[in-house]
Write a protein that binds this ligand. Sequence first.
Ligand code: SF4
Length: 445
Amino acid sequence: MELLDKLEILADSAKYDVACTSSGADRRGNGRQLGSCEPAGICHTFSADGRCVSLLKVLLTNICAFDCSYCVNRRSNDVPRAAFTPRELAELTIQFYRRNYIEGLFLSSAVLRNADYTMEQMIQTLELLRGEYGFRGYIHAKTIPGADPALVQRLGFLADRLSVNIELPSEKSLRLLAPDKGKTAILRPMGLIASRSAQAGKELAVYRSAPRFAPAGQSTQMIVGASPETDCQILRLTQGLYQKYSLKRVFFSAYIPVSADSRLPALHTPPPLLREHRLYQADWLLRFYHFSAEEILDDKTPDLDPYLDPKCSWAVRHMEYFPVDVNTADHSQLLRVPGIGPKSAKRILTARRTGRLDLEGLRRLGVVLKRARYFIVCQGFSGARGSREETARALLDPAAFGLGCQQLSMFEAPAVQALRGQGMPALEAAKTVREEAVSCLVKAM
Ligand code: SF4
C-alpha cells in the first residue's frame, strides 16, 4: 500500500479522537534541532470534520484486536485497514513538519496484536523522531489500556502529553460496550502517569538536567451519549479524575453513531453536541470558578439545562446568594456572578483600589452586563428592575434555539430538532421551544 493511501485511512480513523489540544508544553527550539513547543507556535485549530489541523493527527494502525461497539475501528467492522511502520510514520511527520503543514504529532493507535506490541511500535516511532531526527516539536501520545507500566514510562519520557481514554463514564457501560477493556486497565496507567509526573517534577527541582516526564501532563476523553449515564455522574467522575490523577483536561466527545447495535443509539441519531457543549462549560466551572460537581448538579437535577449555561442555571437556583455588591464582594463571590469571569473578577479587585465601580466601569473591565446586571449592585445601580420574564429572556442561551444569526448553530436544542423532524419550519420550531423555555424558567425563578 502506498504511504499516502495509509495516511488517508489512518488520519480518517483518528478523527473521532478529540483530546488533542497542545497547551502546557513550553520547550523552545534551540536553533540546531527541529521544532519548538512554544505555545505561540502551536495553534489548536480544528477542521470542519473535527480533526486538529496543526498537529499530524493519525493512528499508527487501525487494525484492532478489540471490539468496542462504539468505535469505527472495532475488529468486527468491515473498513479498509492499514498500519505504518515506525520508520514510515517518523519520516512522514518530519516531511510534513519541513513543509510547514504541522507543528507537532498526535499519535494514537488501535490495538495491534496486543497492548504491549502496539506500545513498542509507538515508542520506536517516537525514539526515531526524538533521537535520529532530533525532533523537539510537540508530541501527544495515547497509551494503550493494559500495557506494561515500563512501556508507559518509556513513552512518557518521549512525549509531551500522554492520555489514556476513559471512553465511557461507568464500569457497567465499559463492560457492556467495550468488553476487552477493563476499568483497571484504564485507571492504572493514569495513576502511574500522575505519580511519575510528580516524581519527575521533584527531580527537576533538584537537577535541572533531570529527564522530563510528559511535561504537558495527561488528559483523557469520555464519550457522551453512547451510554445512559447522567451529566451528574459524568461531572462527578470528571471531578474525581482531576483530583485523583491531576489531569490537565477531560475531553468530552458527543457520540456519533457508527454502527447499528441494539446497545447503542440508533444510526442517524444526531450527536448530542449541545450536551457536549454544556459539559465543557461545566468543566470550565470546575477548573476555573471553584465550583464543585455537587453544586452544579445533584440527584434532583441530574442533567445540565439545555437552555441555560451551567453558571446561569446555578445562579437561578440560588437567588438567595444575589445581588452581589461588586464594590465589596470577595473574589469567590464575584466568580459566582453570571457574566463575570476569572479575568474580569481580577480586574474588578484591582480597579476597586482606586474608586467605586459603576455599570460603565464594569463594562470597560469586560463584564457581560447583559447577564450580570440581574445579579449585581454597584455604584449608581441598585439592581435590574425587569420582570421575571424579561430576566428569563436575557439569560436563555440563544445558541440553543438556532434563531437569527445563530440559525446554523451547532448547539440547537434536541426539542428544536424534534419539532423540525415533525415537519415544523426551523424558525417556528425555535420560537416555540424558546417560549416554552421562558415560561418554565419564569416558574422556576
Ligand atoms: S481499542 Fe476499542 S476504541 Fe480503540 S481502536 Fe480498538 S475498537 Fe476502537
